[in-house]
Every structure is written in C-alpha cells, then in structure tokens.
Write a protein that binds this ligand. Structure first.
Ligand code: DAH
Length: 337
C-alpha cells in the first residue's frame, strides 16, 4: 500500500512541477508536498503503521524519494526566482531618458565674463578688493573733497565713522597702485552698495567694473581707443558712440561715453529721454592728486581710468527695463540667457 503511494506521489510531483512558472506555483508545490501536512510528510506518517519486517525497505525508499524530489524542487525554485528577479530588473531601452535640470550662469556673471575676456584681450589683468572699505580708500585717496555730496549719508552705507560699504570699485585702483609700481593695467570688478531708494532704475547693491592703465605717455586717445574697441566688441561693430565732458574727482579731464539708444536707434524715446543716447560709462585721465596718494610721480607717469555698471551694461544690451529683475531669481527670466 505504502509502496504504491510512494510511486504515485513521485509521479504526481513530477507532473505538477512541470507546469510551474511562477513563485506562486512554487509555493503551492511546497505546501502540497513538503509542508507539515503535505503529501511527502504524510508518507512518513504512514510508515509508522507498516509491519516491522517491511519498515527498513520502505523507510529507505521513502528517504530516497524525499531526497530526490526535494532537491529537484530546490533546483526549480532557484531557477524560477532568478528569472523572475532578472525580469524585474530589466531595463527598457526604448523609454525616454531622465531629464537632468542643468544650472547655468547668471546673466550678470555671463556679462562680466564677457567684459573680462574683452579686456584680457586688450592686455588687462583682473584685480579685486574688499567690499567693506575705509573712507580713505573709497573717498579721500580718490580726491573727494571733505564736503563732497557723495559722502553724504544718503548715498553711502556707513558701518562706522571710518568704514563703509564701498560705493564704487574705484578704490581698488588705489589698492593696486599702492602695491605695484607702473606700469599697471587692470580691471577691477565687484559688488558696490548705495543707500538709494530701490526702483526700476536703481538698487541698493549692484556691480561695477573699473579699469586703470598707468605708464609713461598714456594718452586720452588711447583711453578712447580702448573703450571704443571694448564697446564695439560687446555691442557690435556698427555701434555709434560719443564722448561727453563730465566730472569725477579722481580724473581730469573726465568724460562719459554714450552709445545710441538700443530701442529707438537714436531717434529719441522714453528710455533715452528723447536724446537718442544712453550713457554706458565714466572715464578720464587719472588726476595727479590721486597719484600723490600712491607715490607715483605725475611728472613721469600718466594714466587713464574708467568705470561702468555691469547691470547697466547688460540692461542696455538685452533691452531689460527693470534692474530689480536681476536679483529676483525668477527662473522664467534667468532661463532666457
Ligand atoms: N566710480 C564712478 C562711479 O561710480 C565711475 C567712474 C568714473 C570710475 C570715472 C572711474 C572713472 O574709474 O575714471 O560713478
């Protein structure tokens, strides 16, 4: 009886396991044959009721059966679970890729990079100075008279009586000349601060680039040549420009450079206040009084200097009408550049 059962169960096991194709089927087989009440376990129960003489032979047969089917079962189980998991890990190469969000340089950084590269091409190096500046560097050594309106509390963020947030990058000219004997030829970019009401046209913090060239025989013609070359490279070679007399305490003579209005092309509009021109920078020949502060001999050396606002330069190039948009960090604006 038991002998017959052993044969039957063996056959039924092999026929059942043939159709196994999933982890779920494997589990069903395990329950049917190998659990505590499964068919194989049941055979061992039945062995207890067999007559003594037959026990050794049937017991051996039963052990052989169990070893055979259970090792085959393990084999199948292994195969199913490994194909199943490799199916789950399969990569669908036809799916569209993940889009990475790539950052980009801020438009002001791009503008500054461009300004730097143009001036580097003209032989200028790049120098830096502190944003927290002393009254001496920001004003006094730049020949600002003691009662000059730019020292007024309205324009300058004073930190203490003698220290302030620099209102322009021009003090870096002094710091550079203190460190270095002529010739000097450098541009000086950086942040500057003004205590002004925030509006579409002015912001309490913005960026400037100053430039200076001091050597023997430096002339105003060279200043013009350099600035025209810069402006044409930056705005395009068909650019129209003019120099207008102006005043700065640290240059003599001083001038401002205008370019034709980007909007009306010189006809006159709201942006250029009907003049057709837009101012892009201040410049001039370094005042001999400034040379005194850095121990340069103004009988031997002459120099020119210039300074421009980076926001302003960018506003004019891209036709932006509100300076505040540079600092809003609105991606809809930033992504356009
Ligand atoms: N520092 C001036 C300003 O903030 C700009 C300027 C004008 C800089 C003439 C110069 C210069 O170096 O020569 O308005």
């Amino acid at each position: 009886m038991l002998d017959k059962n052993i044969t039957e169960i063996k056959e039924s096991f092999y026929s059942d396991i043939k159709s196994v194709s999933s982890i779920k089927d494997v589990e069903e087989i395990r329950l049917k044959y190998f659990s505590r009440n499964g068919l194989v376990s049941q055979l061992f129960e039945d062995l207890k009721g067999v007559v003594k003489e037959e026990k050794p032979i049937l017991g051996k047969k039963l052990n052989l059966l169990r070893n055979e089917v259970s090792s085959y079962f393990e084999e199948v189980k292994e195969r199913i679970s490994s194909t199943q998991s490799s199916k789950e890990n399969q990569i669908d190469l036809t799916l569209p890729g993940n889009k990475y969000i790539v950052g980009s340089k801020h438009i002001l950084t791009q503008t500054l990079d461009e300004i730097k590269s143009i001036f580097k091409g003209l032989g200028f190096s790049v120098a830096n100075g502190p944003e927290l500046e002393s009254d001496y560097y920001n004003f006094e050594s730049l020949n600002f008279p003691a009662d000059h309106p730019a020292r007024d509390m309205q324009d300058t963020f004073f930190v203490s009586k003698d220290f302030l947030l620099r209102t322009h990058t021009t003090p870096v000219q002094i710091r550079l000349m203190e460190k270095q004997a002529p010739p000097v030829r450098a541009i000086m970019p950086g942040r500057v601060y003004r205590n002004e009401a925030v509006s579409a046209r002015s912001y309490c913090m913005f960026h400037q680039v100053d430039g200076i060239y001091v050597d023997t025989d430096v002339t105003f013609a060279e200043l013009k040549g350099t600035l025209v070359s810069f402006a044409k490279q930056f705005y395009g070679s068909d650019l129209k420009y003019r120099f207008r007399p102006s005043f700065f305490p640290f240059t003599e003579p001083s001038a401002e450079m205008d370019i034709t209005c980007y909007l009306c092309k010189g006809k006159g509009c709201k942006i250029c206040k009907n003049s057709g021109w837009l101012e892009i920078l201040g410049c001039g020949m370094v005042d001999p009084n400034v040379f005194k502060f850095v121990d340069y001999d103004s009988e031997i050396y002459t120099g020119y200097a210039f300074g421009m606002g980076i926001e302003r330069i960018a506003l004019l190039k891209y036709g932006i009408t509100d300076i505040r948009i540079f600092f809003d960090n609105d991606l809809r604006f930033l992504k356009q550049f």
